[in-house]
Structure formats: C-alpha cells, structure tokens
Design a protein around this ligand. Structure first.
Ligand code: FAD
Length: 402
C-alpha cells in the first residue's frame, strides 16, 4: 500500500491530509508533528486567546483525524533528517519509510543575536509560548515589543488590553514595508500612538539588563533605559527547515525556505511542500513568493495534498495572497501584493477606515483596508480577474462613476 507521510501537524499539514483523502487517496497516511497538541488555530495566540477571551481552537478532534480521515497521527515526534535516496524520514522516534512525502513544518521566530539568557525575553509561535506570555503580562507590567510587524503589533495591543504598559520598538523608520509598502505601513504604524502605545521608530534594543537572572530593563539605541518585565522579540520568522540539512533538497539561499515548482513539488523525488516554508512561482504575479499567512497555508496545504495524492493530475498553485490582522479592536486586511503606486480610494491615512489600492501598469495588484471587511473579498476577486483601476473605483465609490 502506498504510504503518504506528512511532516508538520498544523494548518498546512492537516489540510494536505484532508485533501489527499478527498482526492481519493486510499493508501496509508502518517501525520507527524513535533508539538504534543492536536492541530490548532495559531492566529488567536496573539489576540483573543492571549487576552483570555477564547479557548484553544482545535481544527479537529483526535477521533476525526484518526478514524474520520484514517490517519496514523504521531504527535510529539520531530523529524530530524531525510534520506531521499532510501525514501526514509528520520525522526526522534525512529525511521519512517515513505512513498510520498509532504513537508509542512512552518516557520520559527527569529531571535536577536547576542541576547543574554534572562528570564523574560520571549518569542511567540505556539500554544506553549502564548500560555507563557499570558502569565507574564499583568496589569501594570512593562511589556516591550521589539518589531512593529503584525504579530508584534497584535501583542502590544493585547498587552494594553490586559492593563500592561506596552512600548513598541522598531528598527526601521517605517514598519511593515515589505508586507504593505511604506505609505500603508506608516498609516498602520500610527494606530499605536493613536491608541496611546508609545512607538519608537528607527530604534533598537542595545542592551538587556537583569537582576538575579530576571529581565529588569532595556537600553535603547537612543541611550534611554526603560523598565521591562518582558521583551517579546517579534522580528519575523524563518522557515523551519534546519532538519533538512544534508538531505540535498534545494533551499532558498536567503532564508532557507523550500524551493518548489508551480505544483508545489520540491527538488526531491516524491516530495511536496506547503505553507510557511514554501517558495514557489505564483503565476498570478509571475514571480516567486513565500507567504506567511493563514489562507495561504490552508490553500497550499490542500493543493499539495491533492497533488501528492494524484501526481499525474497535479495542478499548479496560484493565489492572490490574503491576510488579516487585528489591533486595538480594528481589522486590517490585505490582498495581493504591495507594488506600484498607492491610491487611497476611500478614506485617508489617519481615518478610522480606509481602502488603499496598489496600481501597477494600470492594473490593480493589491489592496489594503482598515475596518472595511465587506470590501476586501470583492477586491480579491477583482485582482484575480486582473481588473483595472476603474473597476475598483466602481466597487469602492460606485456613486462617483458614471
Ligand atoms: P505552522 O502553523 O507553523 O505549523 C508547522 C508545524 O510543524 C508546527 O506544529 C511545528 O511544531 C511543526 N514542526 C516544525 N518542525 C518540525 C519537525 N522537525 N518535525 C515535526 N514537526 C515539526 N496569519 C494570518 O493570515 N492572519 C493572522 O492574524 C495571523 N496571526 C498569527 C498569529 C501568530 C501568533 C502566529 C504564530 C501566526 C499568525 N498567522 C496569521 C500566520 C499563520 O498562522 C501561519 O501562516 C500558519 O500557521 C502557517 O501554517 P503552517 O502549517 O505552514 O505552519
């Protein structure tokens, strides 16, 4: 019987398994995951779960995975190596032979080099991290978030909600430039001071000071020292691929992500990949991308699962990227890519709501919205149909178009 092994028991991995079964794959499926928990939803870990307003959202029960999907679920097991010539996955619980393999090991938070070993310096990626951070954020405590990216900004917002003092420290003059461009990045950054959270741009942490092994304060590159009970390092994540060292798989030179073709096949025979670890050519934009968002991991997991289940009928994966983020009770949404010229087609920076579109060569390639949830999916549709500027104006400002 053909054995499909999926490494990484989270969003992309689970979606891959579901899609393989939907495609009619009747062989054996083994799902291997390092975390002891059943697959769960990560976005609430910096938002409603961290605040204490939501329980852990498991995607499926153990019975649904084992009996419903017919999966041999191996949690608490880490992949440690891959021998593609032998079709063997090495794990800390022994070797596992595969006929087909899907890699879905996600990403791990980047750590600042040279950080001292002090209690109170943390990162956030998984349930355990969120539980640990929740215990540390108390009313009146001083929380420093290093990095004004989406997750860092969500944590600062959550800390404020929990009654802590939060300060966001960001090395760049404008945050989020890679994700949403400098114009929208600057508009979103303003949400921090507007909510009363100090935002220190073009600033880094130059030293951490502790008392008896516990963090007590940090020194900023400006020379100031500020009290700190917890520092959350939120400077991005890198693909979790170090375990593939020596396997011969082609990885991206810059960030170590797995290089795939349009059908999410890796450079190794019978091995596909999905989710945060993947670089692949996205035909919608004619460029190679790696995305770190929920919708991509889910959709890509489904495509990789279907392609691995039936390689002869593999289809390319194409997408208009979409992600959301919630800070200070506001919903930020983004579709497409941040390229070309930005035009605010509804509202303006500083307003409570806005719609900004990215126009490249008279074609709409991306859109960012603040508290305009009903518009975003329509914009995504327009972008995937390669609509021009007029179609967007018609959607956003119908009364202005004759
Ligand atoms: P992951 O979810 O990271 O799963 C990878 C799994 O593989 C993990 O369980 C990991 O333990 C396991 N693994 C790693 N190495 C090994 C190994 N060697 N052996 C076995 N298992 C291994 N996206 C949005 O669009 N909107 C949001 O608001 C949003 N909020 C987020 C908030 C937080 C705090 C985080 C961390 C992410 C957020 N995201 C958000 C991003 C989204 O959750 C990720 O893009 C998505 O989880 C990626 O799915 P994945 O399956 O590729 O990787």
């Amino acid at each position: 019987m053909t054995r499909l092994v999926v490494v990484g028991a989270s969003l992309a991995g689970l979606r891959a398994v579901e899609a393989a079964r939907r495609t009619g794959f009747e062989g054996e499926i083994v799902l291997v995951g390092r975390e002891p928990a059943l697959p769960y939803d990560r976005p609430p870990l910096s938002k409603r779960y961290l605040v204490g307003e939501a329980e852990v959202d498991f995607y499926k029960t153990e019975e649904e995975i084992r009996d419903g999907l017919g999966v041999d679920l191996r949690l608490g097991v880490a992949a440690t190596g891959l021998r593609p010539g032998d079709h063997v996955l090495e794990t800390d619980a022994g070797e596992l032979a595969y006929d087909r393999l899907i890699l879905a090991t996600g990403a791990s938070p980047r750590m600042l080099p040279g950080v001292p070993d002090l209690d109170g310096i943390v990162t956030l990626r998984n349930l355990e991290d969120s539980d640990d951070l929740r215990r540390r954020i108390r009313p009146g405590s001083h929380v420093i978030v290093l990095g004004a990216g989406f997750i860092g900004s969500e944590i600062a917002s959550t800390a404020r909600k929990l009654g802590a003092h939060a300060t966001v420290v960001e090395g760049a003059p404008v945050p989020l430039v890679r994700a949403v461009g400098d114009v929208v990045g600057a508009a979103l950054a303003e949400l921090h001071p507007r909510a009363g959270t100090p935002l220190r741009l073009s600033t880094t942490i130059s030293a951490f000071h502790g008392i008896d092994g516990r963090l007590a304060s940090v020194e900023l590159s400006t020379g100031e020292t500020i009290p700190a009970d917890v520092v959350v390092i939120g400077i991005g994540a890198s693909p979790a691929t170090s375990w593939l060292d020596g396997s011969g798989i082609v990885l991206d030179e810059r960030d170590g992500g797995v290089r795939c073709d349009a059908t999410l096949r890796t450079s190794l025979p019978d091995v596909w990949a999905a989710g945060d670890i993947v670089h692949w050519p996205n035909a919608v934009y004619g460029r190679t991308m790696r995305l770190e968002n929920w919708t991509n991991a889910s959709d890509q997991g489904m495509r990789a699962g279907a392609n691995a289940a039936d390689p002869d009928r593999a289809l390319p994966f194409e997408t208009v990227p979409y992600f959301w983020s919630d800070w200070y009770e506001r919903r930020i949404q983004f579709v497409g890519i941040a390229a070309g010229e930005v035009e605010y087609v509804s509202g303006a920076p500083g307003d409570d709501r806005f719609v900004a579109v990215f126009i490249d060569d008279d074609r709409v390639v991306g859109a960012a919205t603040l508290d305009e949830p009903r518009k975003i999916m329509k914009l995504r549709g327009l972008i995937s149909r390669r609509a021009g500027r007029a179609a967007v104006l018609d959607l956003v400002q119908p009364q202005l178009v004759t």
